[in-house]
Design a protein around this ligand. Structure first.
Ligand SMILES: NC(=O)c1ccc[n+]([C@@H]2O[C@H](COP(=O)([O-])OP(=O)(O)OC[C@H]3O[C@@H](n4cnc5c(N)ncnc54)[C@H](O)[C@@H]3O)[C@@H](O)[C@H]2O)c1
Length: 313
């Protein structure tokens, strides 16, 4: 159980909005701040767009917008917050400067968590007062649907704050993954980027287009990955001897894909192939329209996954 009720979301772009929606759906009081002081109406529209899906996923009846406040002063946003979720632009200089300000105005025992997708917490919080209560809480887009959050400690983070943060994330229906110590890119993004790097090589070298590569994931590994990750999946690929046979049989052949490690150059030609390819895949549908389709799909998938997850426990 978490007794955290008041949440401040600093930075209200794609990810900040996702946190606001998830926290509101779990009856938290949410106060948001962004340097762009005109975001309030856009936020309300996005909360309303997503609510039909969020409501279904978390079995909620009513959206209580009274629990939401948008302020134009960071000091006011932090005044009563027990939990601060930072979601500003991914950049060391911006985040380090901001964490200095957050440290100044945050309540004494408030937890400060950054949504960063790969920056090192010790560096982001190097100018923050009391770094013992600071960490990364890296979510996945859309935050209001995906239950994953990677908690990454900095060198000075204290365990009791990590535990409190974990309880808080659980209280908003998330499944925290505790990373033992900081590393650039954390866990899931390291995996995602490795996959993307290989896909970019393939597009660059002209073996397939973006749609073919997306289909290769959607119709194969992607179907399994939402229930089992890469290790358990490969355990099954080895027959009754499991991973042992998998490594003995495929290990030598995997040397090539395992060693093509350098990133391809993001040349004009490659960027253009990727942009044109994905535009064609969107078939004229807006990002909002595709997001609605994705959200409806995720609600059904997550509800169904629950039934199967318990069988694997
Ligand atoms: N987009 C993703 O898929 C994703 C997934 C997980 C984590 N993240 C992380 O979340 C964070 C935010 O990413 P995003 O995609 O929401 O970016 P975004 O560009 O959509 O939003 C960033 C917001 O931060 C605001 N901002 C910038 N500097 C500020 C400051 N000093 N004070 C207050 N507000 C400020 C901007 O006005 C903007 O509204 C990043 O650290 C990113 O790595 C992103």
């Amino acid at each position: 159980m978490s007794n955290i009720k008041n949440v401040a979301v600093i930075g209200a772009g794609v990810i900040g909005t996702g946190w606001i929606i998830r926290a509101l759906a779990h009856n938290k009081k949410v106060i948001a701040y962004d340097k762009d002081i005109k975001l309030k109406n856009k936020l309300i529209l996005e909360i309303k767009r997503t609510w039909p899906y969020v409501k279904k996923l978390f079995n909620k009846k009513k959206l209580n917008l009274k629990n939401f406040k948008y302020v134009i002063s960071i000091k006011e946003a932090l005044k009563d917050a027990d939990f601060i979720q930072e979601c500003v632009t991914e950049n060391y200089a911006i985040k380090t400067k901001l964490m200095n300000v957050i440290g100044k105005y945050a309540k004494k025992n408030a937890i400060i968590s950054s949504s960063s997708s790969g920056l090192l917490p010790t560096r982001i919080y190097s100018k923050c007062k009391n770094p013992r209560r600071t960490m990364i809480g890296h979510p996945f887009n859309p935050v209001y649907m995906c239950p994953g959050v990677e908690i990454v400690p900095g060198k000075k983070t204290k365990k009791n704050f990590l535990k409190k943060a974990s309880k808080f994330y659980e209280s908003i229906s998330m499944n925290p993954i505790m990373v033992k110590k900081e590393l650039p890119g954390y866990l899931a993004d390291r995996l995602q980027e490795a996959l993307w790097r290989e896909a970019l090589h393939i597009v660059n070298e002209g073996y397939a287009n973006t749609e073919d590569l997306d289909r290769a994931i959607e119709d194969g590994p992607g179907l399994r990955w939402s229930l089992m990750g890469v290790f358990l999946t490969y355990h099954l690929a080895g027959g009754s001897a499991g991973m042992k046979h998998m490594l003995e049989q495929f290990g030598p052949a995997l040397k090539l894909p395992w060693t093509k490690l350098k990133a391809p150059k993001l040349s004009k030609k490659l960027s253009s192939r990727v942009i044109k390819g994905t535009r064609k895949q969107a078939k004229g549908k807006s990002v909002e329209k595709i997001s609605n389709i994705r959200d409806e799909y995720l609600v059904s998938l997550l509800k169904m996954r629950k039934k199967f997850e318990t069988k694997l426990k």
